[in-house]
Design a protein around this ligand. Sequence first.
Ligand code: GRF
Length: 194
Amino acid sequence: KRVAILISGGGSNMLRLVESMEGDHPARPCLVLSNDPEAGGLARAEALGVPTAAVDHRPFGKDRAAFEAALSGPLEAAAPDLICLAGFMRILTPGFVSKWAGRMLNIHPSLLPKYTGLHTHARAIAAGDTEAGCTVHEVTADLDEGPILGQARVPVQPDDTPDTLAARVLTAEHRLYPAVLRRVAGGNRELLTL
Ligand code: GRF
């Protein structure tokens, strides 16, 4: 299986995904693609020998469809079987999502369906939650709403700040995403709970 990974920043999840795809793993990374030419993850992917590309979303302004048409060039050229959004911070149109229906995954830093959208850690702390975590789901037209493929739970400590909780959740993301990708690449979409 060929896996394309979309990033916007440092790409710590991308790195774990790339590093996991070795040996008898049924998938290999075919492209790391960013909406930001300056994304730190691009250099990390290149250091691992993974082809990279960047399509700056800014020149397209509010024309999401035009940006996605530009993104589809390198993406379709890489012919991925699966797309992993990993710290990808652009909202995708229903048209783009439907083209990749069932073949696009995302990791979100909350226990969905709680806290779709942004600032998930601050919201969990403000709500007094004692547990938080992350979710890998299939991407559908509704933001952060698709079928859940995996979740990992972490405790919320009384003295947690959004940053300390984010760091704990990110560590769980780095375990969960590779585990879910390996199962999905092998044809298993059963829910994984860590
Ligand atoms: C992090 O906030 C993570 O929780 C979310 O995307 C952001 C950046 O992740 N999934 P990464 O280090 O670029 O993978």
